[in-house]
Write a protein that binds this ligand. Structure first.
Ligand code: ASP
Length: 440
Protein backbone atom coordinates (compact mmCIF):
# COMPACT_ATOMS: atom_id res chain seq x y z
CA UNK A 1 0.00 0.00 0.00
CA UNK A 2 1.15 3.56 -0.72
CA UNK A 3 0.90 6.65 1.48
CA UNK A 4 0.15 9.89 -0.39
CA UNK A 5 0.47 13.27 1.29
CA UNK A 6 -1.08 16.39 -0.20
CA UNK A 7 0.08 19.82 0.92
CA UNK A 8 -1.86 23.00 1.63
CA UNK A 9 -2.17 24.23 -1.96
CA UNK A 10 -3.28 20.77 -3.14
CA UNK A 11 -6.33 21.09 -0.90
CA UNK A 12 -6.41 24.90 -1.06
CA UNK A 13 -9.03 25.31 -3.78
CA UNK A 14 -11.97 23.42 -5.25
CA UNK A 15 -10.09 22.88 -8.53
CA UNK A 16 -7.06 21.45 -6.75
CA UNK A 17 -9.19 19.20 -4.55
CA UNK A 18 -10.71 17.87 -7.72
CA UNK A 19 -7.21 17.17 -9.10
CA UNK A 20 -6.38 15.31 -5.88
CA UNK A 21 -9.55 13.25 -6.24
CA UNK A 22 -8.49 12.21 -9.76
CA UNK A 23 -4.98 11.33 -8.60
CA UNK A 24 -6.11 9.10 -5.76
CA UNK A 25 -9.03 7.45 -7.53
CA UNK A 26 -7.09 4.74 -9.37
CA UNK A 27 -8.63 1.65 -7.78
CA UNK A 28 -5.68 1.02 -5.42
CA UNK A 29 -6.14 1.07 -1.66
CA UNK A 30 -4.13 3.92 -0.16
CA UNK A 31 -3.58 6.15 2.84
CA UNK A 32 -3.97 9.87 2.14
CA UNK A 33 -2.45 12.42 4.52
CA UNK A 34 -3.69 15.99 4.21
CA UNK A 35 -2.33 19.35 5.35
CA UNK A 36 -4.59 22.22 6.29
CA UNK A 37 -5.87 24.33 3.37
CA UNK A 38 -3.14 26.80 2.39
CA UNK A 39 -3.02 29.83 4.65
CA UNK A 40 -5.14 28.28 7.40
CA UNK A 41 -2.32 27.27 9.76
CA UNK A 42 -0.79 30.75 9.43
CA UNK A 43 -4.15 32.27 10.34
CA UNK A 44 -4.54 29.91 13.30
CA UNK A 45 -1.06 30.81 14.52
CA UNK A 46 -2.00 34.51 14.20
CA UNK A 47 -5.24 33.90 16.14
CA UNK A 48 -3.27 32.21 18.94
CA UNK A 49 -0.85 35.14 18.87
CA UNK A 50 -3.71 37.63 19.24
CA UNK A 51 -4.97 35.70 22.26
CA UNK A 52 -1.46 35.66 23.74
CA UNK A 53 -1.25 39.44 23.29
CA UNK A 54 -4.65 39.97 24.94
CA UNK A 55 -6.34 41.06 21.69
CA UNK A 56 -9.42 38.79 21.56
CA UNK A 57 -11.33 41.07 19.20
CA UNK A 58 -8.64 40.84 16.55
CA UNK A 59 -8.69 37.06 16.98
CA UNK A 60 -12.49 36.95 16.59
CA UNK A 61 -12.24 39.07 13.46
CA UNK A 62 -9.83 36.58 11.90
CA UNK A 63 -11.99 33.64 13.02
CA UNK A 64 -15.09 35.14 11.36
CA UNK A 65 -13.28 35.85 8.10
CA UNK A 66 -11.84 32.35 7.96
CA UNK A 67 -15.26 30.88 8.73
CA UNK A 68 -16.73 32.74 5.73
CA UNK A 69 -13.94 31.50 3.42
CA UNK A 70 -14.66 27.92 4.44
CA UNK A 71 -18.39 28.34 3.76
CA UNK A 72 -17.64 29.71 0.27
CA UNK A 73 -15.38 26.73 -0.47
CA UNK A 74 -17.96 24.28 0.85
CA UNK A 75 -20.65 25.80 -1.38
CA UNK A 76 -18.62 25.29 -4.52
CA UNK A 77 -17.27 21.87 -3.49
CA UNK A 78 -20.35 20.16 -2.13
CA UNK A 79 -23.52 20.32 -4.20
CA UNK A 80 -25.18 17.47 -2.33
CA UNK A 81 -27.48 19.38 0.11
CA UNK A 82 -27.28 16.83 2.88
CA UNK A 83 -23.47 16.58 2.77
CA UNK A 84 -23.15 20.36 2.38
CA UNK A 85 -25.20 20.88 5.56
CA UNK A 86 -23.34 18.20 7.52
CA UNK A 87 -19.96 19.71 6.64
CA UNK A 88 -21.13 23.25 7.43
CA UNK A 89 -22.34 22.05 10.84
CA UNK A 90 -18.96 20.48 11.52
CA UNK A 91 -17.06 23.55 10.33
CA UNK A 92 -19.26 25.82 12.47
CA UNK A 93 -18.55 23.69 15.53
CA UNK A 94 -14.82 24.14 14.91
CA UNK A 95 -15.20 27.92 14.58
CA UNK A 96 -17.36 28.11 17.74
CA UNK A 97 -14.58 26.26 19.53
CA UNK A 98 -12.07 28.82 18.24
CA UNK A 99 -14.27 31.69 19.50
CA UNK A 100 -14.42 29.98 22.92
CA UNK A 101 -10.61 29.86 22.91
CA UNK A 102 -10.51 33.67 22.77
CA UNK A 103 -12.09 33.79 26.27
CA UNK A 104 -9.36 31.58 27.71
CA UNK A 105 -5.95 32.40 29.08
CA UNK A 106 -3.19 31.75 26.62
CA UNK A 107 -1.05 28.65 27.09
CA UNK A 108 1.04 26.43 24.84
CA UNK A 109 -1.63 23.78 25.12
CA UNK A 110 -4.32 26.25 23.97
CA UNK A 111 -2.15 27.18 20.98
CA UNK A 112 -1.69 23.49 20.10
CA UNK A 113 -5.45 22.97 20.20
CA UNK A 114 -5.98 26.01 17.96
CA UNK A 115 -3.40 25.13 15.29
CA UNK A 116 -4.66 21.52 15.15
CA UNK A 117 -8.00 22.68 13.72
CA UNK A 118 -6.68 23.28 10.18
CA UNK A 119 -6.06 19.61 9.42
CA UNK A 120 -9.29 18.57 11.17
CA UNK A 121 -11.19 20.93 8.84
CA UNK A 122 -9.45 19.95 5.58
CA UNK A 123 -9.75 16.20 6.16
CA UNK A 124 -13.43 16.36 7.14
CA UNK A 125 -14.25 18.43 4.06
CA UNK A 126 -12.21 16.32 1.67
CA UNK A 127 -13.51 13.02 3.01
CA UNK A 128 -17.06 14.30 2.57
CA UNK A 129 -16.23 15.41 -0.97
CA UNK A 130 -14.99 11.90 -1.81
CA UNK A 131 -18.15 10.40 -0.32
CA UNK A 132 -20.24 12.75 -2.47
CA UNK A 133 -18.26 11.61 -5.54
CA UNK A 134 -18.99 7.97 -4.71
CA UNK A 135 -15.46 7.05 -3.60
CA UNK A 136 -15.28 4.67 -0.65
CA UNK A 137 -13.22 6.68 1.77
CA UNK A 138 -12.86 6.64 5.54
CA UNK A 139 -11.50 9.22 7.95
CA UNK A 140 -8.84 7.86 10.32
CA UNK A 141 -8.37 10.33 13.20
CA UNK A 142 -4.64 10.99 13.57
CA UNK A 143 -5.13 11.69 17.25
CA UNK A 144 -6.06 8.07 17.81
CA UNK A 145 -2.74 6.72 16.55
CA UNK A 146 -0.10 9.43 16.02
CA UNK A 147 1.97 10.06 19.15
CA UNK A 148 5.40 11.43 20.01
CA UNK A 149 7.47 10.44 23.04
CA UNK A 150 9.17 12.56 25.68
CA UNK A 151 12.01 13.34 23.22
CA UNK A 152 9.51 14.44 20.55
CA UNK A 153 10.33 11.35 18.52
CA UNK A 154 7.52 9.30 16.92
CA UNK A 155 6.43 6.47 19.21
CA UNK A 156 6.55 3.87 16.43
CA UNK A 157 5.25 0.86 18.37
CA UNK A 158 2.24 2.79 19.61
CA UNK A 159 1.61 4.24 16.14
CA UNK A 160 1.87 0.85 14.42
CA UNK A 161 -0.52 -0.83 16.85
CA UNK A 162 -3.10 1.96 16.94
CA UNK A 163 -2.97 2.67 13.22
CA UNK A 164 -3.76 -0.98 12.51
CA UNK A 165 -6.71 -0.80 14.87
CA UNK A 166 -8.36 2.25 13.26
CA UNK A 167 -7.52 0.92 9.81
CA UNK A 168 -9.12 -2.45 10.48
CA UNK A 169 -12.28 -0.73 11.71
CA UNK A 170 -12.73 0.64 8.21
CA UNK A 171 -11.34 -2.32 6.30
CA UNK A 172 -13.81 -2.07 3.38
CA UNK A 173 -12.70 1.39 2.35
CA UNK A 174 -10.60 2.23 -0.66
CA UNK A 175 -9.06 5.52 0.50
CA UNK A 176 -8.04 6.24 4.10
CA UNK A 177 -7.85 9.96 4.84
CA UNK A 178 -5.95 11.22 7.86
CA UNK A 179 -4.61 14.49 9.26
CA UNK A 180 -0.98 15.42 8.82
CA UNK A 181 0.93 17.51 11.37
CA UNK A 182 -1.16 16.81 14.48
CA UNK A 183 -0.36 14.24 17.13
CA UNK A 184 -0.51 13.51 20.84
CA UNK A 185 2.47 14.04 23.10
CA UNK A 186 3.69 11.60 25.77
CA UNK A 187 1.01 12.88 28.19
CA UNK A 188 -1.68 12.37 25.54
CA UNK A 189 -2.13 16.13 25.07
CA UNK A 190 -2.66 17.55 21.59
CA UNK A 191 0.64 18.49 20.02
CA UNK A 192 2.14 18.68 16.53
CA UNK A 193 5.17 17.72 14.45
CA UNK A 194 6.18 21.37 13.85
CA UNK A 195 5.39 23.52 10.83
CA UNK A 196 5.37 21.56 7.59
CA UNK A 197 5.00 18.39 9.67
CA UNK A 198 2.49 16.64 7.40
CA UNK A 199 5.39 15.28 5.32
CA UNK A 200 6.73 13.72 8.46
CA UNK A 201 3.29 12.25 9.29
CA UNK A 202 3.31 10.56 5.87
CA UNK A 203 6.70 8.90 6.31
CA UNK A 204 5.95 7.90 9.91
CA UNK A 205 2.82 6.13 8.69
CA UNK A 206 4.82 4.74 5.76
CA UNK A 207 7.30 3.21 8.19
CA UNK A 208 4.56 1.93 10.51
CA UNK A 209 2.73 0.06 7.74
CA UNK A 210 5.88 -0.79 5.71
CA UNK A 211 4.40 1.05 2.74
CA UNK A 212 5.56 0.32 -0.82
CA UNK A 213 6.15 4.03 -1.35
CA UNK A 214 5.42 7.41 0.20
CA UNK A 215 4.41 10.20 -2.16
CA UNK A 216 4.59 13.85 -1.19
CA UNK A 217 2.38 15.92 -3.51
CA UNK A 218 3.04 19.67 -3.56
CA UNK A 219 2.82 22.51 -6.09
CA UNK A 220 6.28 22.13 -7.61
CA UNK A 221 7.81 19.40 -9.85
CA UNK A 222 9.98 17.85 -7.16
CA UNK A 223 13.04 19.10 -5.34
CA UNK A 224 14.87 21.74 -7.37
CA UNK A 225 18.63 22.06 -7.79
CA UNK A 226 18.60 25.57 -6.30
CA UNK A 227 16.17 27.88 -4.52
CA UNK A 228 13.54 28.98 -7.08
CA UNK A 229 12.67 31.99 -4.92
CA UNK A 230 16.04 33.58 -5.65
CA UNK A 231 17.48 31.87 -8.70
CA UNK A 232 16.06 31.68 -12.23
CA UNK A 233 15.98 28.48 -14.30
CA UNK A 234 16.21 26.04 -11.42
CA UNK A 235 15.47 22.45 -12.43
CA UNK A 236 13.90 19.47 -10.69
CA UNK A 237 16.32 16.73 -9.63
CA UNK A 238 15.05 13.32 -10.72
CA UNK A 239 16.92 11.12 -8.21
CA UNK A 240 18.29 11.70 -4.75
CA UNK A 241 19.58 9.33 -2.12
CA UNK A 242 18.16 9.45 1.42
CA UNK A 243 21.37 11.11 2.62
CA UNK A 244 21.25 13.78 -0.05
CA UNK A 245 17.57 14.50 0.58
CA UNK A 246 18.11 14.70 4.34
CA UNK A 247 20.92 17.24 3.92
CA UNK A 248 18.85 19.35 1.54
CA UNK A 249 15.72 19.27 3.69
CA UNK A 250 17.68 20.20 6.79
CA UNK A 251 19.71 22.93 5.10
CA UNK A 252 16.86 24.89 3.67
CA UNK A 253 15.05 23.19 0.79
CA UNK A 254 11.60 24.31 1.87
CA UNK A 255 9.78 21.59 -0.03
CA UNK A 256 10.36 18.94 2.66
CA UNK A 257 10.11 18.92 6.45
CA UNK A 258 13.69 18.29 7.68
CA UNK A 259 12.80 14.98 9.33
CA UNK A 260 10.85 13.57 6.39
CA UNK A 261 13.16 10.79 5.26
CA UNK A 262 14.27 9.68 8.73
CA UNK A 263 11.48 7.15 9.42
CA UNK A 264 11.70 5.39 6.04
CA UNK A 265 15.40 5.25 5.26
CA UNK A 266 16.17 2.12 7.34
CA UNK A 267 13.53 0.13 5.49
CA UNK A 268 14.49 1.75 2.19
CA UNK A 269 10.91 2.84 1.48
CA UNK A 270 11.14 5.24 -1.48
CA UNK A 271 9.76 8.76 -1.19
CA UNK A 272 8.48 10.35 -4.38
CA UNK A 273 7.91 14.10 -4.67
CA UNK A 274 5.15 14.96 -7.14
CA UNK A 275 3.26 18.01 -8.39
CA UNK A 276 -0.54 17.98 -7.97
CA UNK A 277 -0.87 20.59 -10.72
CA UNK A 278 1.29 18.56 -13.13
CA UNK A 279 0.89 14.89 -12.17
CA UNK A 280 2.63 13.57 -15.28
CA UNK A 281 5.93 15.25 -14.44
CA UNK A 282 8.45 12.73 -13.04
CA UNK A 283 9.20 14.75 -9.89
CA UNK A 284 11.95 13.53 -7.57
CA UNK A 285 12.52 9.98 -6.42
CA UNK A 286 14.32 9.67 -3.07
CA UNK A 287 15.63 6.16 -2.46
CA UNK A 288 18.60 4.10 -1.28
CA UNK A 289 20.09 4.27 -4.78
CA UNK A 290 22.79 6.79 -5.49
CA UNK A 291 23.18 7.87 -9.05
CA UNK A 292 25.62 10.11 -10.88
CA UNK A 293 28.44 11.81 -8.99
CA UNK A 294 28.92 15.51 -8.44
CA UNK A 295 27.04 18.47 -7.02
CA UNK A 296 23.32 18.03 -7.59
CA UNK A 297 21.73 20.76 -5.54
CA UNK A 298 22.28 23.90 -3.54
CA UNK A 299 20.19 25.15 -0.65
CA UNK A 300 20.55 27.90 1.92
CA UNK A 301 19.49 28.24 5.52
CA UNK A 302 19.17 31.70 7.12
CA UNK A 303 19.19 33.09 10.65
CA UNK A 304 22.40 31.34 11.56
CA UNK A 305 24.62 32.58 14.38
CA UNK A 306 28.35 31.86 14.27
CA UNK A 307 30.35 31.67 17.48
CA UNK A 308 34.15 31.76 17.54
CA UNK A 309 35.62 30.32 20.73
CA UNK A 310 39.28 31.16 21.17
CA UNK A 311 41.41 29.96 24.00
CA UNK A 312 45.11 29.55 24.69
CA UNK A 313 44.03 26.64 26.85
CA UNK A 314 43.05 24.72 23.74
CA UNK A 315 46.67 24.56 22.58
CA UNK A 316 47.79 20.94 22.84
CA UNK A 317 45.17 20.33 25.49
CA UNK A 318 42.57 17.63 25.53
CA UNK A 319 39.06 17.94 26.88
CA UNK A 320 38.54 21.54 25.74
CA UNK A 321 36.01 20.66 23.05
CA UNK A 322 34.20 18.41 25.51
CA UNK A 323 33.68 21.38 27.82
CA UNK A 324 32.43 23.49 24.93
CA UNK A 325 29.99 20.85 23.73
CA UNK A 326 28.71 20.26 27.23
CA UNK A 327 27.63 23.89 27.44
CA UNK A 328 25.56 23.52 24.26
CA UNK A 329 24.19 20.24 25.56
CA UNK A 330 23.11 21.88 28.84
CA UNK A 331 21.08 24.42 26.88
CA UNK A 332 19.76 21.80 24.41
CA UNK A 333 21.10 23.77 21.47
CA UNK A 334 22.25 21.80 18.50
CA UNK A 335 25.34 22.74 16.53
CA UNK A 336 25.21 22.67 12.72
CA UNK A 337 28.66 23.51 11.36
CA UNK A 338 31.99 23.28 13.10
CA UNK A 339 35.59 24.08 12.14
CA UNK A 340 38.66 24.08 14.32
CA UNK A 341 42.18 25.43 14.39
CA UNK A 342 44.73 24.75 17.08
CA UNK A 343 43.64 27.70 19.21
CA UNK A 344 40.05 28.31 18.22
CA UNK A 345 36.86 26.61 17.25
CA UNK A 346 34.06 28.18 15.22
CA UNK A 347 30.60 26.73 15.21
CA UNK A 348 27.10 27.67 14.17
CA UNK A 349 23.67 27.36 15.73
CA UNK A 350 20.26 28.19 14.30
CA UNK A 351 18.36 28.34 17.58
CA UNK A 352 19.68 31.32 19.51
CA UNK A 353 17.00 31.32 22.22
CA UNK A 354 19.61 30.38 24.86
CA UNK A 355 22.47 32.31 23.33
CA UNK A 356 22.99 34.66 26.29
CA UNK A 357 23.26 31.79 28.75
CA UNK A 358 25.59 29.85 26.43
CA UNK A 359 27.85 32.89 25.98
CA UNK A 360 27.93 33.50 29.73
CA UNK A 361 29.25 29.96 30.25
CA UNK A 362 31.67 30.06 27.30
CA UNK A 363 33.18 33.34 28.45
CA UNK A 364 34.39 31.58 31.59
CA UNK A 365 36.74 29.43 29.50
CA UNK A 366 37.49 31.41 26.33
CA UNK A 367 37.28 34.62 24.36
CA UNK A 368 34.15 34.72 22.25
CA UNK A 369 33.16 36.45 19.02
CA UNK A 370 29.59 36.26 17.76
CA UNK A 371 28.41 36.93 14.20
CA UNK A 372 24.69 37.07 13.55
CA UNK A 373 22.77 37.23 10.23
CA UNK A 374 24.73 34.41 8.68
CA UNK A 375 23.52 31.88 6.11
CA UNK A 376 24.68 28.36 5.48
CA UNK A 377 24.91 27.55 1.79
CA UNK A 378 24.92 23.83 1.41
CA UNK A 379 26.06 21.94 -1.68
CA UNK A 380 24.72 18.44 -1.88
CA UNK A 381 25.46 15.49 -4.12
CA UNK A 382 27.12 12.12 -4.37
CA UNK A 383 30.89 11.75 -3.85
CA UNK A 384 31.24 15.50 -4.12
CA UNK A 385 34.27 15.75 -1.91
CA UNK A 386 36.55 14.51 -4.69
CA UNK A 387 34.58 15.79 -7.63
CA UNK A 388 36.26 18.14 -10.12
CA UNK A 389 33.50 20.78 -9.75
CA UNK A 390 34.30 21.04 -6.07
CA UNK A 391 37.76 22.30 -6.81
CA UNK A 392 36.28 25.20 -8.77
CA UNK A 393 34.44 26.53 -5.73
CA UNK A 394 37.12 28.92 -4.52
CA UNK A 395 37.46 30.33 -8.01
CA UNK A 396 33.69 30.75 -8.44
CA UNK A 397 33.32 32.41 -5.08
CA UNK A 398 36.48 34.50 -5.08
CA UNK A 399 34.54 37.71 -4.40
CA UNK A 400 32.27 36.25 -1.69
CA UNK A 401 33.46 36.53 1.87
CA UNK A 402 33.31 32.99 3.25
CA UNK A 403 33.27 32.85 7.05
CA UNK A 404 33.54 29.06 7.47
CA UNK A 405 33.75 25.94 5.30
CA UNK A 406 32.77 22.44 6.26
CA UNK A 407 34.35 19.95 3.85
CA UNK A 408 34.77 16.24 4.30
CA UNK A 409 32.21 15.74 7.06
CA UNK A 410 30.39 13.48 4.65
CA UNK A 411 30.73 12.63 0.99
CA UNK A 412 27.40 14.26 0.33
CA UNK A 413 27.82 17.75 1.65
CA UNK A 414 29.97 20.85 1.57
CA UNK A 415 28.70 23.76 3.64
CA UNK A 416 29.79 27.37 3.38
CA UNK A 417 28.95 30.04 5.93
CA UNK A 418 28.46 33.52 4.51
CA UNK A 419 26.79 36.76 5.57
CA UNK A 420 23.10 36.62 4.66
CA UNK A 421 23.41 39.75 2.50
CA UNK A 422 25.63 37.73 0.13
CA UNK A 423 23.26 34.78 -0.09
CA UNK A 424 21.39 35.53 -3.32
CA UNK A 425 24.59 36.50 -5.15
CA UNK A 426 26.24 33.27 -3.96
CA UNK A 427 23.31 31.05 -4.97
CA UNK A 428 23.15 32.66 -8.43
CA UNK A 429 26.89 32.40 -9.05
CA UNK A 430 27.00 28.77 -8.01
CA UNK A 431 24.02 28.10 -10.25
CA UNK A 432 25.63 29.73 -13.29
CA UNK A 433 28.97 27.99 -12.98
CA UNK A 434 27.92 24.60 -11.67
CA UNK A 435 24.57 23.98 -13.39
CA UNK A 436 24.30 26.40 -16.32
CA UNK A 437 27.90 25.60 -17.24
CA UNK A 438 28.98 29.19 -17.70
CA UNK A 439 32.74 28.97 -18.14
CA UNK A 440 35.02 30.52 -15.61
N1 ASP B 1 -0.46 22.77 8.25
C1 ASP B 1 0.85 22.69 8.80
C2 ASP B 1 1.68 23.88 8.37
O1 ASP B 1 1.22 24.75 7.64
C3 ASP B 1 1.51 21.41 8.50
C4 ASP B 1 1.73 21.12 7.03
O2 ASP B 1 1.13 21.72 6.16
O3 ASP B 1 2.54 20.25 6.74
O4 ASP B 1 2.81 23.97 8.76
Amino acid sequence: MKVLKFGGTSVGSVENMSNVKNIINDGEKKVVVLSAMSGTTNQLVAIAQNIAEGKPNEAIDKINKLHETYFTTIDSLLNNDQINKRVKDFVSSVFSFLVECTYKDFSESLENHIVAQGELLSTYMFNSFLNQEGIKSALLPALSFMRIDEYNEPDLNYIEKNFKEVFNNAIDSQVYITQGFICLDDSNEISNLQRGGSDYTATIIGAAIKADEVQIWTDIDGMHNNDPRYVENTKPISNLSFDEAAELAYFGAKILHPQTVTPVRTDGIPVRLKNTMNPNAFGTLISSETTEKGIKAIAAKDNITAIKIKSARMLQAHGFLKKVFEIFETYTTSIDMITTSEVAVSLTIDDDSNLDKILFELEKIATIEVDKNQSIVCLVGHSIVNHQDTFKLFQILQDVKIRMISYGGSNNNISLLIHSKDKVKTLCKLNDYLFELVTL
